[in-house]
Write a protein that binds this ligand. Sequence first.
Ligand code: ADP
Ligand code: MG
Length: 556
Amino acid sequence: MQLSGTPVLILKEGTERSRGKDALKNNISAAKIIAEAVKSTLGPRGMDKMVVDSLGDVTITNDGATILDEIEVQHPAAKLMVQIAKTQDQEVGDGTTSAVVIAGELLKNAEELIESKIHPTTIAAGYRKAADKAKEILNAIAITVDINTDAVNKAVITCLNSKAIRGFKDKFAAIAVKAVHAVKEKRGTKWVVEIDRIQILKKRGKSLAETELIDGIVIDKEIVHYDMPKVIKNAKIALLDLALEIKKTEFDSEIRINDPNQIQGFLDAEDKILKGFVEKLKEVGATLVVCQKGIDDVAQHYLAKAGIAAVRRVKKSDMEKLQRASGASIIMNLQDLAPTDLGTADLVEERKIGDDKMLFVTGCKALKAVSIVIRGGVEHMVDEAERGLHDALCVAKDVIQENKIVPGGGASEIEVAKQLRKFAAKVGGREQLAVEAFADALEVIPKTLTENAGLDPIDILVKLRAKHEADGKSMGIDCFDGEIKDMLAAGITDPIVVKLQAIKSASDSACMIIRIDDVIAARASSGGGAPGGMPPGMGGMPPGMGGMGGMPPGMM
Ligand code: ADP
Ligand code: MG
């Protein structure tokens, strides 16, 4: 920029800037590319993607959120699209691909309107109105269900239809529904489900059919000593965040002994301390010791002799789960342990899963907790099963918390689009065009579902629209047999919250992107060898000059 001949430097050198239509077009293309990338995975006949990250790790999935999470996008608008998937995943757990695909279509349609000289703010305003109306329509067509019927199961099966584990969908749906029912809690008049009370463990081996739901907590550790009991009924559990070992001094010290009896004296003293630990545990009545740190061999021996089972080096998160479920307190100092600190469980058992032994803590009274152990032959399969199960659990939760469903297979989108077009006429003006564009955009869902199933999208769309005009509110496409049918009767249903959230996050982000007319990007300044960054090796201290550099070897 030049003012009266003197150049004024406003932006830092290297800053990239694009403005007006260029900026908008750029952003829209980037967002569309992201939507295109996940489009082919939508629905039961969608394809999978293989994503290889910068470390060479391979992920095979058809989960929208996972794909977008794994690929590293650069463009700021593309990053916004990735954010949609993340939000959708966090809020409702399913519908990630749908949300991204709808956002892409909203932007594509907006681009056409912009070409025909409609101002972006008008489009954004129209989209907002349409999104609000869509919410209203969805609520009106939603069906309220009784959560104790198999309505929950049907929604979960619909979700699993598009997962790699669809071959075992009945089994996984049953597990997910049972698990969510087990941990649901009534708060006021509403059911609340905390998904993290359902623990998921993965163990390679056997097949997906061997996946099981356990009423309780599974700890991936074995009982430390072969003489300890492996089945403990009415267990009294002590949770210890300390080591049942003799503390090692932090200095290397040397003790001179001139009488062999003194050695024995030392050993006896150590023995006595360890025995003291075990006596304390016995005195309070513990029958299972769960230790976050180590347990000395001698202590193990005494524990076994006292008939107390023990596991060691248990993860902190597992300790916390046991604490909540069994009602035990985690003890940092053994002297503090009192009988009231012990937790209870009906049955603790060591069982062999695959090649490993695991500890099953079942029948906890303080707080209901359940675990799911996923089995599967190939690691990629087990991982994908976990992702599918996560979505299934979320859908079960969505239906139980918010007992409303809408017909799937594109039915709800076609119906909302139909009613939005009627609403558009009332909006009038230029915004009407935006509302119509919004309606068209929603139809990308049935269109893509049919396309991915290898059917003719135009043909099916025309038929679906006609059915809906004739008041067939829940008519959709069944991708398995290619037939148009009543989705409610066919049991193909989605939780309303998934659809509401998809429309909300898609329209929010689309509006955000179309209102941008200026992109000012500073040059990347990361030290990782990027252009403009520091050359490698210049960032840190030269080797040997660090804080420890001056110390003689052996002191560290
Ligand atoms: P998302 O990440 O959006 O959940 P999915 O790949 O899981 O994407 O596909 C979900 C869509 O598939 C939903 O619109 C759902 O209604 C639809 N769907 C599920 N089962 C069927 C089926 N048998 N026929 C047609 N559509 C189905
Ligand atoms: Mg899904």
